[in-house]
Design a protein around this ligand. Structure first.
Ligand SMILES: [Zn+2]
Length: 306
């Protein structure tokens, strides 16, 4: 692990999940904490060596997925720092069993309760309330950090901008290798994800730091590739319905698109992909291209006009 400086007061720690670090008034702030205790331990060790006398005041979580909040509990226990997040993401950070519950829509079975889905819970001290009337963002508590709403990927994800012009983009953009490997990536609201990509394409910053792609000074091409990834899934799902020549359940749609792309998945990964399939079905139905109906106790989707 290493701490790479991007601005006068801003650093990041590259890794499977890029972690942000920022200082203001001799206090430190982390942006996300990685997957687990081990990540938390390594982050604290690194900060202890590189930024010795700076107490950690708070963790700002971009959203509540386990790979972003998993280090919270360890770091909070060691330092007593606060955790700040938007209201709904904060709730899931405090009650992490809700994550697999959301996936399964009932009390979850053990195979979907691993640390990649269900992190250790941590205590949220303050809610960040993004201001809808200010799409550029709102101040985060009494700092000069701003929270920028980046809806689409999860329930109420934010990006974080620092006063020295670094823009942490959370999971609004994925590296092309990830898009290619996973195809569906996790998206809960397709229309919002498109608007978020528009917003990022128009944004200027000295540095952009997505959580799952390298830091870069220009992310326009990456945003374009992410848009292409979204459009690919929408089209592949519509094609699956055309090729089947009959209505399909969302599981069948996933199976057809996934198998054709040579995807392999375990139960947790399959349910995450199903979330994306569901999101694309909502999107397609809002565009008037598909519609749901129930037959033989199955929720089926057909092309509109069929
Ligand atoms: Zn992530």
């Amino acid at each position: 692990m290493e701490l790479i400086q991007l601005g006068k007061s801003t650093w990041y720690i590259p890794g499977r999940v890029n972690i942000g670090y920022y200082e203001e008034n001799s206090q430190g702030y982390l942006i996300d904490t990685g997957l687990d205790d081990e990540n938390g331990r390594k982050i604290l060790k690194l900060l202890g060596e590189a930024r010795k006398n700076t107490p950690l005041r708070a963790i700002v979580n971009t959203h509540s997925n386990a790979d972003h909040i998993g280090g919270n509990a360890f770091i909070q226990k060691r330092t007593g720092c606060e955790v700040w997040a938007t209201r709904v993401e904060g709730l899931l950070t405090e009650i992490t069993a809700l994550e697999p519950t959301l996936l399964w829509s009932a009390h979850p079975f053990k195979q979907i309760r691993g640390k990649f889905i269900e992190a250790k819970p941590s205590k949220v001290a303050a809610f960040i309330e993004p201001d809808e009337t200010r799409p550029d963002g709102c101040w985060i508590k009494d700092t000069r950090l701003t929270a920028v709403p980046l809806p689409g990927h999860y329930l109420d994800m934010i990006g974080v901008r620092t006063p020295d012009d670094v823009f942490f983009l959370a999971d609004a953009l994925f590296d092309p290798t990830i898009l290619e490997k996973y195809r569906f990536s996790v998206v809960l609201d397709i229309a919002s994800a498109h608007r978020t990509l528009d917003k990022i394409e128009k944004s200027e910053a000295r540095w952009f730091v997505p959580c799952h792609a390298p830091a870069a000074q220009d992310v326009k091409e990456l945003a374009r590739q992410n848009r292409e990834g979204l459009v690919w899934v929408t089209k592949a799902m519509e094609n699956a319905l055309v090729e089947a020549g009959r209505p399909l359940t969302r599981e069948e749609i996933l199976s057809r698109v996934g198998t054709a792309s040579g995807m392999e998945m375990d139960a947790a990964h399959l349910l995450l992909n199903l979330c994306s399939v569901s999101a694309h079905l909502t999107y397609l139905s809002e565009l008037g291209r598909v519609e749901p109906f129930v037959r033989d106790c199955l929720l089926l989707w057909r092309l509109k006009g069929d």
